[in-house]
Design a protein around this ligand. Structure first.
Ligand SMILES: [Zn+2]
Ligand SMILES: [Zn+2]
Length: 94
């Protein structure tokens, strides 16, 4: 009886240990998935309105919301992506 009790006790503790491992694995995976999502930064080449990534070559209008993605220089009519402050062709403020 003593030996059987010992084996039963060992099997039980093994199962509990495995169950604990599985649970901690799942928790670790879940935590990393959440951190990965939160750490993901918005792409720099994104629509200023809807934050959708803008494909290359940059279109004039956002494929997600249709917002204009280009600014035109009033002086020389050169076109620049939105967010550009000055025309590099004539120095005018955009
Ligand atoms: Zn957009
Ligand atoms: Zn200009």
């Amino acid at each position: 009886m003593g030996i059987l009790d010992g084996i039963a006790g060992k099997v039980k503790s093994d199962l509990e240990w495995k169950a604990g491992q599985t649970i901690s694995d799942t928790v670790a995976k879940g935590a990393s998935a959440v951190t990965g999502k939160g750490a993901k930064a918005a792409p720099s080449n994104a629509c200023p309105k809807c934050k959708k990534a803008i494909p290359d070559p940059r279109p004039k209008f956002c494929p997600g919301c249709g917002a204009s993605l280009m600014v035109t220089c009033k002086k020389c009519n050169a076109e620049y992506p939105t967010g550009t402050n000055f025309c590099t062709g004539c120095g005018a403020k955009l």
